[in-house]
Design a protein around this ligand. Structure first.
Ligand code: AMP
Length: 402
């Protein structure tokens, strides 16, 4: 289907016959105002596929790493470092603070895990590294990558995330973990309940820092930093670098190396972006169903502004014969994990998500990101769109505008 046809003229016939759409209007769901007024920022043609992607002129095998780590990197299929990995390794191994400006999909997780694991191979002390992340999904993905890269090294990693039973975390936090990955709220709870002291941790990794600020975790971050009296190195990763973040960043990192693998202001160059204009009186849901009926839309991540919208859109897609599921803050962690797995395995075509759930979604072959509603901020737009075009692939992002 030519989606542009839809934009100009909403009369193109559906390619697939769907069940008759007897849907309730969604207009009773509360709307919030987006700060995005310049839609031209949402339109971009991806660089030609032949555009130079970063090619390191060394392999992990020639890098100053232990053999056991090289073995695990090879087992994971990582041969050459990505740009952020290539440009940060030596200074991170030397203990320097870092500000890494990298889009999601750039390989930033391994960029910080590799030096952390290398340090632990040489000195396997409990409570060495604390990784603080904005969302549960991201925490679980980092844990998964750690387990792969630290395979057969007897290094313990625990993740503590909101929305799960705290009693299990209270027990686990008292054990000897080399690396802890946590969301700020749950971490504070464990510290307040004296299950965990942050004094011993030498390394602090703040991942998707801009997102944590967006989510209002600034107080928690300050308090974590204050409690880490033994901190010797901090790595801060952010997809965007806004002037408003500079004050707090300066409080946290000391003489940092700054490595930018994007400009901190835009989406990945491999992503094609466009807006879809909803003509007066047209049914956006019909337009969406028409769009995703195209066989190219095989793995679609669709964003809505609220949990209620996510549920409604998901229900209507399913009623129309499009396999979909939804993840948001009201769904249990088990439900979210299962939905994500179905999405990864191709069991569903569309995963409907809210922003909170979006950050950790690491599915490499997302074909399309669709903003069913305009994101509240451009920053949030960048994060959503970064869920496609990952790990060197191309991707497409469409935003419905009225
Ligand atoms: P991240 O930005 O950390 O979420 O990583 C994005 C994707 O790139 C993940 O699926 C990683 O498994 C993959 N990746 C990370 N580093 C490399 C590498 N050096 N070679 C190939 N793939 C990688």
């Amino acid at each position: 289907m030519n989606y542009k046809k839809l934009r100009a003229d909403n009369t193109s016939p559906s390619r697939r016959s769907h069940a008759p759409l007897s849907r309730k209007p969604l207009s009773n769901v509360k709307k919030r105002q987006s700060s995005i007024s310049d839609f031209s920022k949402l339109v971009k043609t991806a660089s030609e596929v032949s555009a130079p992607t970063y090619e390191a002129d060394r392999c992990f095998n020639n890098m100053p790493l232990s053999n056991s780590l090289k073995r695990n990197l090879a087992a994971k299929g990582y041969v050459k470092p990505s740009q952020i990995q290539d440009e940060t390794l030596e200074s991170l191994l030397a203990g320097k603070d870092l500000i890494g400006i990298a889009n999601t999909g750039s390989g930033k997780t391994a960029a910080f895990l590799i030096p952390v694991i290398e340090r632990l191979i040489k000195s396997p002390k409990a409570n060495t590294a604390l990784v603080v992340v904005p969302t549960r999904e991201l925490a679980l993905q980092i844990e998964e990558e750690f387990k792969f890269l630290a395979n057969q090294m007897s290094l313990q990693c625990a993740s503590f995330i909101g929305g799960t039973n705290i009693n299990r975390d209270l027990r686990q936090a008292r054990q000897n973990n080399h690396v802890i990955i946590a969301t700020p709220g749950r971490l504070r709870d464990l510290v307040n309940q004296r299950a965990l002291s942050l004094k011993a941790f030498e390394l602090l990794i703040l991942d998707e820092f801009d997102r944590m600020l967006d989510m209002g975790f600034v107080k928690e971050i300050r308090s974590i930093v204050k409690d880490m009296t033994g901190r010797v190195q901090t790595m801060l990763f952010s997809a965007t670098l806004e002037p408003s973040q500079k004050g707090i960043i300066q409080e946290i990192v000391v003489n940092p190396e700054v490595v930018k693998v994007n400009d901190g202001e835009s989406t990945n160059s491999q992503i094609d972006e466009d807006i879809i204009h909803v003509p007066e009186g047209a049914d956006k849901m019909d337009m969406l169903i028409e769009m995703v009926s195209d066989s190219g839309f095989s793995k679609v991540l669709l964003f809505t502004e609220t949990k209620r919208w996510a549920d409604k859109v998901c229900k209507q897609l399913n009623q129309s014969g499009v396999k979909a599921d939804a993840i948001h803050g009201n769904k249990s962690q088990n439900y979210r994990n299962a939905a994500l797995l179905k999405f990864k395995n191709g069991g569903i075509q569309v995963l409907v998500a809210t922003d909170v759930a979006s950050r950790g979604i690491d599915v490499n072959d997302v074909t399309h990101v669709i903003n069913y509603q305009l994101p509240l901020t451009y920053q949030s737009y960048i994060h959503r769109v970064g869920r496609t075009g990952r790990a060197g692939r191309s991707g497409k992002a469409y935003t419905f505008v009225n």
